[in-house]
Design a binder for this molecule. Structure first.
Ligand code: SF4
Length: 436
């Protein structure tokens, strides 16, 4: 979303967007910076871009730039400027300085409010028909391992009217899928309540408001901290089929002792009960989570609790991360560190066990018809790739459709089989767009 806003702002200032570095004067690398592997990937991307186009200016933007602005400028001669993510309206100045070879740092600290209304994005970097919409910035949860609040600041919820206008605009322009994002969507509106100066609203209230938008679309809610699940969203989803019963609940662990050390309040029992309640209210629910293994102090008993939880909860989708020791976080100084080798082995064990669980969960859809948003054609074959409501972009499996369909087309299709993490589906009819 930040990349799209940066692009729109520059285009509005008269700059031209070009698809490859060959034609560019300035290349902006929008980075991630919350764990070691993401930092490395970001730096490698910037270096390989400069190696490919040594005559072009490279502006390093995003979370890594916000977190280490001066260090990047001092240590990366390949970079022609550093631009943080606290105030994207300054991109014009950052771009001009980088183009002029001034090697400037523009990375003011995060503010405590979201003052500006949304900036209309002209170019979405998603596949056609899909968009991400940010509803909050920052996070107040302060999990002890997490650097995100250091980078993005404390929680600031966006004005509900502003979110409504943006979603309505996107739907009017033909967007079918809207993925609501933020660090923890369950916290939406908590800061309004605390300040007392804004209208009281929470995530269920926001979903009900978005439900009043007319049209053919689906909304998926991503990332809800499981310790304060906003129960009202179940009712909103039950009332409007366009609100996908998709839940992304990053449990991180199931051992109460370890969760406490992470500054989280859950336990295996509490999380099993949460999932049982969701599944009983909306039996078709799709549940995604992430686990964090190798946190300081994680012993064999904790790991057994996590594996037992995994076997019992039967998540539809699961991502597993090995703990990354981040400076500036409380856990940085925690004792009893787990070796990287052991953390990697635990990660693999969980991932290996999840294959069969995901397979079993996906099989319940065989024989049912779903609406597929086509992302792309498979080159050299008469096949297309798309996603149903149960498949979030980038992280989940896909639906493989028999036939050539244009990206952005909506196809009603019957699921015939599960292959790995993907569905094989037979098109029934095209709801929107071209197909064959
Ligand atoms: S809720 Fe998520 S973003 Fe917020 S501190 Fe915890 S892990 Fe970080």
């Amino acid at each position: 979303v930040d990349g799209e806003e940066i692009s729109a702002r520059l285009e509005d200032m008269g700059h031209e967007y070009v698809p490859t570095g060959d034609e560019a004067e300035l290349i902006i690398v929008n980075t991630c910076g919350f764990i070691e592997s993401a930092k490395k990937e970001s730096i490698d991307a910037a270096l390989s871009i400069k190696a490919l186009w040594p005559d072009k200016k490279v502006l390093l933007a995003g979370c890594l730039a916000q977190r280490y602005p001066e260090e990047i400028l001092a240590e990366m001669a390949e970079v022609d400027g550093v631009f943080g993510n606290a105030d994207l309206s300054l991109i014009g100045e950052a771009a001009s300085k980088a183009i002029a070879g001034q090697r400037a740092v523009i990375a003011p600290p995060q503010t405590s409010v979201i003052s500006e209304p949304y900036y209309s994005r002209t170019r979405l970097f998603e596949f056609p028909g899909s968009a991400h919409v940010k509803i909050t910035e920052g996070c107040d949860n302060r999990c002890t391992y997490c650097a995100i609040p250091l980078i993005r600041g404390g929680l600031r919820s966006r004005d509900p009217e502003d979110i409504f206008r943006e979603c309505k605009d996107l739907v009017a322009k033909g967007t079918y899928e809207i993925n609501l994002i933020g660090q923890d969507l369950g916290s939406y509106g908590v800061d309004f309540k605390a300040s007392g100066t804004r209208p009281a609203i929470d995530l269920p209230g926001l979903l009900k408001k978005l439900s009043s938008i007319e049209g053919d679309f689906r909304i998926r809610v991503l990332y809800i901290h499981p310790d304060h699940f906003p129960w009202g969203i179940l009712e909103a989803m039950a009332e409007d089929g366009r609100l996908a019963p998709y839940f992304d609940l990053p449990f991180q662990h199931a051992s109460e002792r370890l969760l406490k050390a992470m500054n989280r309040r859950g336990s295996s029992e509490r999380y099993l009960e949460l999932i049982a309640r969701i599944r009983s209210a909306l039996p078709e629910s799709m549940i995604r989570s992430t686990f964090l293994v190798g946190f300081p102090g994680e012993n064999e008993e904790d790991f057994e609790i996590l594996k037992d939880f995994q076997r019992r909860v039967k998540l539809d989708w699961l991502g597993v991360f090995a703990y990354s020791r981040e400076e500036g976080t409380p856990a940085y100084s925690f004792k009893d560190r787990v070796t990287k080798k052991l953390a990697a082995a635990r990660k693999k064990e969980i991932e290996d066990a999840q294959g069969a669980i995901t397979d079993e969960r996906l099989r319940r859809f065989i024989g049912s018809s779903i609406r597929v948003l086509v992302e792309e054609k498979v080159e050299g074959e008469t096949l297309s790739l798309g996603r149903g409501w149960m498949q979030a972009p980038d992280v989940d499996g896909s639906t493989v459709l028999d036939g050539d369909f244009a990206p952005g087309a909506l196809v009603n299709a019957r699921i015939l089989a599960v292959h790995g993490v993907d569905f094989e589906a037979e098109p029934e009819d095209t709801a929107r767009g071209e197909g064959s």
